[in-house]
Design a protein around this ligand. Structure first.
Ligand code: GLP
Length: 233
């Protein structure tokens, strides 16, 4: 695991952007993308760049269950706003949070991931060590699945909603096994609230109680964090 400590999230975003740029120069075609505040500076760099993504495929990690794509808290909306409006991809996949048949949607998403092996997967990390919406206790062997969000995640994410009651309780999420099959993984973590998660990810035992800890077993992971998030290492 390679660890890059930056001054702040802006510098961290630029480091992640440089990895994507280099990957594309070397022929990468499929990007696994994440939402949350951590990757926003990286998306800003992508939007400001002269890179052309029109021949690329993107696959997002997750989506809230029950939010329409035009809801400003949906991850569809987030991706349009922060990336796709300015930089359209050839194909962009995000789980359908309005799917009537959730099992069918889960199967469809697993087929998409199988047909488009991910070259670079971008990840954030939850305060409790979750990756995407794979909460503590999720089996390392999991594929795409429907998740019940934990109280900790509902609370953490309520800052984006008018109040906690509006945060969906469920989501559709790429599984840990699929994330681990990506060729390269770049995880972004910034700020004090991520200190414990970063320590557990880098130095803790590999345990399903800390989903991100499995990344210790991946051959090509880069963790990019600011000095504050890295303070307990
Ligand atoms: C959500 C997302 C995760 C993200 C996490 C951290 O729970 N599903 O993919 O990593 O939030 O978000 P942030 O980067 O805003 O701290």
């Amino acid at each position: 695991m390679k660890i890059i400590v930056t001054k702040d999230n802006i510098e961290g975003g630029t480091k992640a952007f440089e990895i994507i740029k280099k990957g594309m120069e070397n022929g990468d075609k499929v990007l696994g993308l994440a939402t949350g505040s951590s990757p926003i500076p990286m998306y800003d760099d992508m939007c400001d760049s002269d890179l052309d993504f029109s021949d690329m495929t993107s696959i997002n990690l997750d989506e809230y269950y029950g939010l329409k794509p035009d809801n400003d808290q949906s991850y569809h909306y987030f991706m349009q706003k922060h990336l796709f409006d300015k930089k359209p991809f050839k194909h962009s996949y995000i789980p359908n949070g309005m799917a009537k048949d959730i099992d069918e949607e889960v199967d469809r998403y697993n087929d998409i991931i199988a047909a488009n092996p991910i070259d670079i997967q971008i990840l954030g990390i939850g305060r409790n060590g979750h990756i995407a919406f794979n909460e503590p206790g999720t089996p390392f062997g999991s594929l795409t699945h429907k998740v019940q969000l934990t109280e900790s995640t509902i609370k953490a994410n309520s800052r984006f909603f008018d109040n906690e009651d509006e945060v969906p309780r469920q989501a559709i999420c790429m599984g840990i096994k699929s994330i681990m099959q990506s060729k390269k993984i770049v995880l972004l973590a910034f700020g004090e609230s991520k200190q414990n998660a970063v320590k557990a990810l880098v130095e803790g035992p590999v345990t399903e109680e800390v989903p991100a800890s499995i990344l210790q077993d991946h051959p090509d992971v880069t963790v990019i964090c600011d000095e504050v998030a890295a303070a307990k290492l």
